[in-house]
Ligand binder design. Structure first.
Ligand code: SAM
Length: 286
């Protein structure tokens, strides 16, 4: 095979893996395609992962009235905003309506995302240099947001994203939590008392276990809080997300029915683990 036909075969292979109308330029910018517009083993895996997450979110967007054509989505702890860009490219670009907001504290990433969106003509994307907590009351965002995403938003940024979703009456929240240190710190503080009270405290006696159980407990508390706040929750694994140990996918769907039993369980768990102070900060029950 000569050089030219090799090149056109490689190009055909790449196009076969892309969706119709998908921006090759965007994929290059996100390093999903190489500079030459090719896929290598690494980037093929990356593309598969991104599609996998996109599929979950696309299904939810289609449930927003009007098949989601005018939906709004806020991505928290956006980083380089590759999730927001992919969603915009594959879902919002064609329709001519709908908005994607990326919220990120690192100013240089916000600037880069703004420049990339301008270059690609993605004019219904906005990038806000704010913390997740600040964004809940920021004038740049509408009073209601349909879908909230937070992919590996650091530490308590996931909790802030949940608070944001509640304030904006989000129809859906898609959360892949990162490590969380707040609950582990509280467990550490009350450890001696807990050990004197219950053998269960053995579960978090060793520092490594304090961190692990803190992280597990955090996600359990988040799920109960969402249920107590009118959401139906499913927890699955983000399969194929090999590059990260943190692959718990929490999807919350607004039903408006606050589950009293979840609120009760949340209170009981906080009590058992010596964490009732979180009722005044993280888990404010109605
Ligand atoms: C691990 S990165 C994940 C980025 C992106 N979501 C992804 O999955 O590729 C977490 C990002 O969240 C940002 N971040 C951390 N805490 C934040 C907060 N409280 N508000 C807004 N952004 C935050 C960090 O600057 C960082 O870019």
């Amino acid at each position: 095979m000569n050089k030219a036909s090799k090149a056109s075969r490689a190009e055909a292979e790449v196009l076969a893996e892309l969706r119709p109308g998908q921006s090759v330029e965007l994929l290059k910018e996100l390093h999903i395609l190489t500079r030459e517009g090719r896929l290598n083993q690494d980037s093929r895996r990356k593309l598969k992962q991104v599609y996998h997450l996109f599929q979950f979110i696309e299904k939810l967007l289609r449930e927003v009235p009007g098949e989601g054509a005018e939906a709004s989505l806020a991505d928290h702890g956006a980083g380089k905003s590759y999730l927001g860009f992919i969603i915009y490219d594959l879902f919002f670009k064609q329709g001519g309506a709908g908005h994607v907001y990326g919220i990120e504290t690192r100013a240089e990433l916000v600037e880069k995302s703004r420049a990339l969106a301008a270059r690609l003509g993605f004019d219904r994307m906005a990038f806000l240099n704010l913390t997740v907590a600040e964004s809940a009351t920021a004038a740049e965002l509408p009073p209601r947001i349909d879908v909230v995403t937070a992919l590996h938003a650091c530490d308590t940024a996931t909790d802030d994203a949940i608070a944001f979703g509640l304030a904006k009456q989000a129809r859906f929240m898609v959360l892949v939590p990162c490590c969380q240190a707040e609950v582990a710190a509280c467990l550490r503080e009350t450890k001696a008392l807990a050990l004197s009270r219950t053998p269960l405290a053995e579960l978090w006696r060793h520092p490594l276990h304090t961190r692990e159980i803190g992280s597990q407990l955090t996600n359990v508390l988040r799920c109960l809080y969402l249920e107590a706040s009118g959401y139906q929750v499913t927890v699955t694994e983000l399969v194929g997300w090999e590059h990260s140990m943190k692959n718990e996918l929490i999807i919350a769907r607004r039903t408006g029915q606050r589950k009293a039993s979840a609120a009760e369980r949340l209170r009981e768990l906080l009590e058992q683990f010596g964490l009732t102070s979180l009722l005044e900060t993280r888990f404010r029950l109605a």
